[in-house]
Design a binder for this molecule. Structure first.
Ligand SMILES: [Zn+2]
Length: 353
């Protein structure tokens, strides 16, 4: 068994660490694919290789690079690709020295607005809430505060942002970009906005492997920060049409075509389940609550995906696009969403058989 165990509490649902997915294409897998438990990909050519994504902090990234070291000894990482702007896919960039760093134009624009200071403030807030939740005097909804504090505190605990020095990409593109990695073709395809404002997938035709990053979540509920939903479905259809046999998701185990189709099913179901409630005048948080705590999620077979409460964010995004006001959530909205997700996770656990 691999030493790469889950970062959050729980037992591993799949094998972690470095695994060869196909000839000269490797995946770094982090069970169980929850917050910050992100994967990366490595394509090895003749005398040069390409790394797809770093991890959320330098320490985790160093552990991954140490595992990759024997593979890249004679084929150094000349190119680093960042698939999108979420920190768990690029905040470890500083550990990959001397590589050209590529992303999409739209992802790069979002990266410029980010800082690790923001996430540290969030961590400090979680600490304060944990303290408040444990205080002996009564105040309204103290139980809720304790639940939120535990959820937020646990979510960020495995990561160390103190050392993070942001190293943004040096080269951008839109549309498609074909790269030569030591004689192998790797095609970067801009498929955003979907999960975030800028998302790309990396396609390795000679191995029939697509590194899908956060366009694909397996065994864990996806979260749609940006949307629109139709663009995410189109990106998944693009994945299906590549001629790929295996896919490396951003979160979860390596998979085949069926898991890509399942995610399309999920989005179509959520779109319809949320749409009819929003049409009837229900608010997005109420809508999400009904969808997440209702029976249909299990009937459709999505209840065993981890973190079903993430649908709260996706429903908010669906609603914003319907009203034509879609924009990525700011820090205040993120914190509010986090709090609501904490309570939904508790209420779902309570009603579980
Ligand atoms: Zn991610």
């Amino acid at each position: 068994m691999s030493e790469v165990t889950p970062l959050h509490p729980g037992t591993a649902r799949f094998e972690g660490g470095l695994t060869e997915v196909g000839p000269g294409v490797h995946a770094w897998l982090q069970p169980n694919g929850l917050l910050g438990e992100s994967n990366a990909g490595l394509v090895i050519g003749n005398g040069a290789s390409l790394l797809v994504d770093t991890l959320w902090d330098p320490r985790l990234t160093r552990r991954m690079l140490a595992a990759m070291a024997p593979l890249v000894k004679t084929a150094p990482i000349e190119t680093l690709v960042n698939t999108h702007s979420d920190g768990d896919h690029w905040w470890g960039n500083q550990e990959v020295r001397g590589s050209e760093i590529i992303t999409t134009e739209s992802a790069r624009a979002v990266m410029e607005d980010q800082s690790p200071a923001e996430i540290k403030r969030f961590g400090a807030l979680a600490g304060a809430l944990r303290l408040a939740g444990s205080m002996p005097f009564p105040y309204p909804r103290r139980g809720d505060v304790a639940v939120i504090a535990a959820y937020a505190g646990e979510a960020l605990e495995p990561f160390d942002f103190d050392e993070v020095r942001l190293v943004p990409p040096t080269r951008t593109f839109s549309g498609e970009l074909e790269l030569d990695v030591g004689g192998r073709e790797v095609r970067l395809i801009d498929v955003g906005p979907a999960h975030t404002p800028g998302d790309l997938i990396a396609w390795v035709p000679d191995a029939r492997i697509a590194i899908a990053a956060d366009i694909l979540f397996v065994g864990v509920t996806p979260i749609m920060w940006a949307g629109p939903l139709e663009r995410w479905v189109a990106a998944l259809e693009r994945l299906l049409g590549l001629g790929a046999e295996r896919f490396v998701p951003g979160h979860g185990p390596v998979c085949g075509l069926d898991e890509v189709r399942r995610l399309i099913d999920y989005w179509r179901w959520l779109d319809q389940a949320a749409g009819k409630r929003l049409d009837a005048g229900m608010s997005p948080p109420e809508t999400a609550r009904e969808v997440i705590l209702g029976d249909e999620i299990a009937e459709r077979g999505f209840a065993d995906w981890l973190a079903p409460e993430r649908a709260l964010v996706s429903v908010g995004t669906i609603d914003a696009h319907r009203r034509g006001v879609a924009k990525p959530p700011g820090p205040r909205e993120l914190i509010a969403a986090f709090f609501r997700m904490a309570l939904l996770a508790r209420d779902r656990a309570r009603r579980a058989p």
